[in-house]
Design a protein around this ligand. Structure first.
Ligand SMILES: *Cc1c(COP(=O)(O)O)cnc(C)c1O
Length: 379
């Protein structure tokens, strides 16, 4: 099955009891057993729920993996990955990681004896020199937030395989429509389903996908033992969201490109960060591992004008001021005072997050309306 067919059909079957074409919301905690140990595959909804199972199979299919597992949030999915490790193990991750991922690594898992190294992964040599005999996992995010840095998943995976290390990829920004890390050699794919997979800003959820039997067994053991699962209603909403993933992402990409080009030609804009530009660092990697460049665009203003940036984010009308991304509606954010406010200014500037940096999650509205909205706010 090709991708555009999978989003509609993979993992879902008409309900055997009623013929309902859509997977019902099995809003139940437990399941009647015919006799002790004889049941229809479901015993208790932490362990398994039919609506969640359908979604898990759907997400596994679109990532071209064998196994899927869904969680109460993206961070709950990352929590599960790190719980596969043991005290003394080491993890190498990107230096401009999603803030919540950094926080769970540093403030939750470091005290259990797991060590984290944060390196600039644009250059693979930085990963190579951080590897030692304790390295168990390389955690990649690409494109990154908000600088849109691109990391070569295949090169990282090749390096990891030589050293018997797992590679996990946070594929939230790209989605499997644009990039499928398992096909490039990664062992685990993670999603904040909250973003593009859900796609409508109405659910918080996470997911993991793998094709490795041993990793899958561990994921399901931890999912059931730690219990950070998502509910059937949310699973239903995401099953519905995924059916239009291909259509939405196509439009996100078209609109993202138009906005990026508009910004590049705007007199008050300094730099535009969008992996589709030929001079974007690692543009050639983005071109080879992604089928298009997505709907996330960041930009800075000339003179790094903080006051002007604050004014712009307050003046746009269609681009609404909010955290998060990946919904059908366009959002605007100001990382240095919002998502990245907890990072000391010096550190922030080192990774390129200037005071005037503005991040856009370009939605699927009419592109001309979006350009006009920005244009009005930027005059
Ligand atoms: C939002 C996000 C997360 C965390 O997911 P939640 O669903 O908010 O827990 C992780 N990684 C990236 C790239 C994100 O954008």
């Amino acid at each position: 099955m090709k991708f555009n067919t999978k989003v509609i059909h993979a993992g879902v079957h008409p309900d055997s009891a009623t013929g309902a074409i859509m997977t019902p919301i099995y809003q139940t905690s437990t399941y009647v057993q015919d006799e002790i140990g004889v049941h229809k595959g479901f015993e208790y909804s932490r362990t398994g729920n039919p609506t969640r199972s359908a979604l898990e199979n759907s997400i596994a299919a679109i990532e071209n993996g064998k196994y899927g597992a869904c969680f109460g949030s993206g961070l709950a999915a990352i929590d599960c990955v790190v719980k596969m490790l043991s005290p003394g193990d080491e993890v190498i991750s990107t230096n401009d990681l999603y803030g919540g991922s950094y926080r769970i690594f540093k403030t939750i898992f470091e005290k259990y004896g797991i060590k984290f190294h944060f390196v600039n992964m644009i250059d693979i040599e930085n990963i190579r020199s951080a590897i030692n005999e304790k390295t168990k996992l390389i955690w990649v995010e690409t494109p990154t937030n908000p600088m849109m840095n691109i990391i070569d998943i295949k090169a990282v995976s090749d390096l990891a395989k030589q050293n018997n290390i797992w590679v996990g990829v946070d594929n939230t920004f790209a989605t499997p429509y644009l990039q499928r890390p398992l096909e490039l050699g990664a062992d685990i794919v993670m999603h904040s389903v909250t973003k593009y997979l859900g796609g409508h800003s109405d659910v918080v959820m996470g997911a993991l996908v793998t094709s490795n039997d041993d990793i899958a067994e561990e994921i399901y053991r931890i999912q059931n033992s730690s219990g950070a699962v998502c509910g059937p209603m949310d699973s239903f909403l995401v099953l519905r969201g995924i059916k239009t993933l291909h259509l939405r992402i196509q439009r996100h990409c078209e609109n993202g490109k138009k906005i990026a080009v508009f910004l590049k030609n705007h007199p008050i804009v300094d730099e535009v960060f969008w992996p589709g530009f030929e001079n974007h660092p690692n543009h050639h990697v983005a071109k080879s591992q992604m089928s298009d460049f997505g709907g996330m665009v960041s930009f800075t203003l000339k003179g790094d004008d903080l006051e002007k940036a604050k004014k712009i984010v307050s003046l746009t009308k269609l681009f609404t001021l909010a955290e998060s991304l990946g919904g059908v509606e366009s959002l605007i954010g100001h990382p240095s005072t919002m998502t990245h406010a907890s990072i000391p200014r010096e550190e922030r500037l080192k990774s390129g997050v200037k005071d005037s940096l503005i991040r856009l999650s370009v939605g699927v509205e009419d592109a001309e309306d979006l350009v006009n909205d920005l244009s009005n706010a930027m005059t």
